[in-house]
Structure formats: structure tokens, C-alpha cells
Design a protein around this ligand. Structure first.
Ligand SMILES: Cc1cc2nc3c(=O)[nH]c(=O)nc-3n(C[C@H](O)[C@H](O)[C@H](O)COP(=O)(O)O)c2cc1C
Length: 179
């Protein structure tokens, strides 16, 4: 099983939030952690639409999340909240699937006015499945460039990202058993 599971909640084929998640995944791998990337686009749409709790694929995602040392969850802002399809996935995961797990929430949005969607939407969703959310990262589209190796072109956001990631990985390392 992977140390860190990364969940992308964007339905877009070319997704800014997913690009950020891949970038974060690369940084995490460089720090020696194994990762598993999961996208809502890869989940059977029928399971999501009909709320299929018994789906083997959903059970496998739940198992991966339960065993993860840390989880990164990303979503675009859609209508001032997370994407509906991310909610559809969380709706059919067990209610304590992220028990005691450090979680780094990540959102991208077209405007600064929905920065608080992290606080009033995504973090409560993660808390409902007992995740321990860090402060999190909110990127405006204008702070990103999809054509470069590092998509975060805004210097402040890059510093914030490095700090949050360091804190996230520090929490995970603290919780590892010492032999
Ligand atoms: C259906 C839809 C609704 C959106 N609603 C908002 C919104 O309420 N506030 C906002 O700041 N941006 C909004 N946006 C812009 C996206 O959040 C933004 O472009 C984001 O980076 C897209 O991420 P993605 O490429 O990973 O899907 C919306 C975009 C779409 C397609």
C-alpha cells in the first residue's frame, strides 16, 4: 500500500487542480514516500451516480485511504464549493475512512472571492470522515501556468506550498512508529 494517497476531484480532462496534485506528488516522492494517485474520472460513473456502497472499486479506494499515512485531496471550486463528483465519491466512503489521518486540502479557483471554500466546504467534508486537515492551499488560476514543469508561478504561493508540504510530511513522519 502507498504512504500517501492523492485524490483528485476534478472532472476536467485538462485539469489545473490535478496538475497541482501531480506536482505535489512528485515533491512527495522525492522525499522518499510512495504515492497513489486516484482521480474521480477513473471511478465508475455508475457507482458514483447510484451511490454503490458495495462496489469493489470503492471498497479498494476506502482500503487504500484507511491504510494511508497521509492524504492529499484536491478539487476545483465549482459554484463556491468543491466539485459535485468529489462529494459523490465521499458520500459512498465509510464515515471514518480518514480517522486520525493528516490531510492536505487543495483547491483551485478562478477568483480570489471563493478562497473560503476551503474553510466552509472542503474542510468540513474531510472532517465528516474524521480527517485531520492542515491549513490547506488555495490557488487562483492566475497563479498557475500549465505549460511549465512547476505549475506554480506565483512566488508567495510557491513558498506557502513548500511550507504546507513540509508540515504535512513532518506530521506523517512523527506518526511513524520508531523501531
Ligand atoms: C462549472 C464551473 C463552476 C465554477 N465555479 C467557480 C466558482 O464558483 N468560483 C471560482 O472562483 N471559480 C469557479 N470556477 C473556475 C474553476 O474553479 C477554476 O478554473 C479551477 O481552477 C478549475 O480546476 P480544474 O481545471 O481542476 O477543473 C468554475 C468552473 C467551472 C467549470
Amino acid at each position: 500500500m502507498s504512504d500517501i494517497v492523492i485524490i483528485s476531484g476534478s472532472p476536467s480532462s485538462i485539469s489545473k487542480s490535478e496538475r497541482i496534485l501531480y506536482y505535489l506528488g512528485d515533491l512527495v516522492k522525492r522525499e522518499g514516500f510512495s504515492i497513489k494517485q486516484i482521480s474521480v474520472k477513473g471511478v465508475d460513473a455508475k457507482d458514483l451516480l447510484f451511490g454503490n456502497f458495495e462496489s469493489p472499486e470503492i471498497k479498494e479506494i476506502a482500503r487504500r485511504l484507511e491504510l494511508a499515512k497521509g492524504v492529499i485531496v484536491g478539487s476545483p471550486v465549482y459554484k463556491a464549493s468543491y466539485s459535485g463528483v468529489l462529494k459523490a465519491l465521499f458520500d459512498i466512503l465509510p464515515q471514518d475512512v480518514l480517522q486520525d489521518t493528516p490531510v492536505l486540502p487543495v483547491m483551485t479557483g478562478g477568483s480570489p472571492s471563493h478562497l473560503l471554500a476551503l474553510e466552509y466546504a472542503l474542510k468540513p467534508l474531510l472532517a465528516s470522515v474524521k480527517g485531520q486537515s492542515l491549513k490547506g492551499l488555495y490557488f487562483q488560476d492566475s497563479q498557475l501556468d500549465m505549460s511549465t514543469d512547476n505549475p506554480i508561478v506565483d512566488e508567495d504561493m510557491l513558498n506557502r506550498t513548500n511550507k504546507q508540504l513540509k508540515y504535512f510530511l513532518g506530521k506523517i513522519r512523527q506518526e511513524q512508529p520508531v523501531f
